[in-house]
Design a binder for this molecule. Structure first.
Ligand code: HEM
Ligand code: HEM
Length: 220
C-alpha cells in the first residue's frame, strides 16, 4: 500500500489563477468566436436584440482578459518560483534535456520509469510552450482583426496590426479559427493525461492546480 509522506507547494497563486482564467476565457472565446464565424443560433436581430453585436462584445472583453492573463504568465516565467520559470518549458539545462528525453522514452515504452519531476515533466513543459505560442498567435491575430474592424489605433497596431503587413486578412482570420481547434486538441489530451497521471501516481495532480500542493511519498 502506497503511503504519502509529505506535500510540497508547487504552483504559486499567479500560476493557478492564470491557468483558470485562461481556461474560462478560451471556453468563452471559442463559443462566441464560433458564433462570429458561423452564427448558429439563428436569432433574428430585433430592436432590442443584436445577437452578433453581443457575441462580438463578449468575445472582445474575454479577449482582453485572456491577453492580460497570458502576458502576466509570460512575466511570471522570469520572476516565479523554480517550477514556473521559462526553463521548465524550454529545456536549457542538461538536467531538463535528460528529463525530456527520458519522458519521451517512457511514453514510447522504451523506459520503465518516468523521471521524477515535482513540477512539469520535460514533455509537459514542451507541450505548454507550444500552446503558449498558439495563445500569443491568437492574441496577435485577434488584434490584427480588431485593427481592421476599428480602422487603426496604436493599441491595435502594437497588439497585432503589424501582422497585416505579413499575412492577408483572409489568412489571419483562417489561422485565428484553425488555431482554436489546435488549442482544443491540446485541451482534450491535456485533461486526459492529467487525470491519468493523477490516478497512476496518486500525487493529487488535479487538485494541485487548484491548491498549489502535490503529494509525494514512497510510491514514486
Ligand atoms: C482550456 C482549458 C485548459 C488549458 C488551455 C490548459 C492549459 C494548461 C497550461 C498551459 C498549463 C501549464 C501551467 C503553467 O505552468 O502556467 C496547465 C497545467 C495544468 N493543467 Fe491545464 N489547461 C486547461 C484545462 C485544464 C483542466 C480542465 C484540468 C483538470 C482536469 C487541467 C489540469 C491541469 C494540471 C493538473 C496542470 C499542472 C500539471 C502539469 O504539469 O501538467 N487543465 N494547463
Ligand atoms: C484562444 C483565444 C481565441 C479564440 C479561440 C478565438 C476564436 C475566434 C473565432 C473562432 C473567430 C471567428 C473566425 C471565423 O471563423 O471567421 C474569431 C473572430 C475574432 N476574434 Fe477571436 N479568438 C480568440 C482570441 C481573440 C483575442 C485575444 C482577440 C482580441 C482581443 C480576438 C478578436 C477577434 C476578432 C476581432 C474577430 C473577428 C470579429 C468579426 O469579424 O466580427 N480573438 N475568434
Amino acid at each position: 500500500m502506497a503511503t504519502t509522506t509529505h506535500r510540497e507547494y508547487i504552483w504559486e497563486l499567479p500560476v493557478r489563477i492564470t491557468h483558470w482564467v485562461n481556461a474560462l476565457s478560451i471556453l468563452t472565446l471559442s463559443v462566441t468566436g464560433f458564433y462570429i464565424g458561423a452564427p448558429f443560433l439563428g436569432i433574428p436581430a430585433g430592436d432590442d436584440v443584436l445577437p452578433m453585436a453581443m457575441m462580438r462584445f463578449i468575445h472582445f472583453v474575454a479577449g482582453y482578459i485572456f491577453t492580460a492573463s497570458v502576458l502576466f504568465r509570460v512575466y511570471w516565467w522570469f520572476v516565479g518560483n523554480q517550477y514556473a520559470r521559462l526553463n521548465q518549458f524550454i529545456p536549457t539545462t542538461w538536467g531538463r534535456v535528460q528529463n525530456t528525453v527520458q519522458c519521451a522514452l517512457f511514453y514510447g515504452f522504451m523506459e520503465d520509469e518516468i523521471p521524477h519531476s515535482p513540477g512539469h515533466t520535460g514533455m509537459a513543459g514542451l507541450s505548454y510552450i507550444v500552446v503558449f505560442m498558439l495563445f500569443l498567435f491568437e492574441v496577435a491575430s485577434g488584434f490584427a482583426l480588431l485593427h481592421m474592424a476599428n480602422g487603426g489605433g496604436i493599441i491595435y497596431a502594437i497588439g497585432g496590426g503589424w501582422m497585416l503587413d505579413i499575412l492577408s486578412a483572409g489568412t489571419i482570420r483562417m489561422l485565428h479559427h484553425v488555431f482554436m481547434w489546435c488549442i482544443w486538441i491540446f485541451v482534450i489530451i491535456h485533461v486526459y493525461i492529467s487525470w491519468h497521471n493523477d490516478i497512476i501516481e496518486r500525487n493529487g495532480l488535479i487538485s494541485s492546480i487548484f491548491s498549489g500542493y502535490k503529494f509525494f511519498g514512497d510510491h514514486h
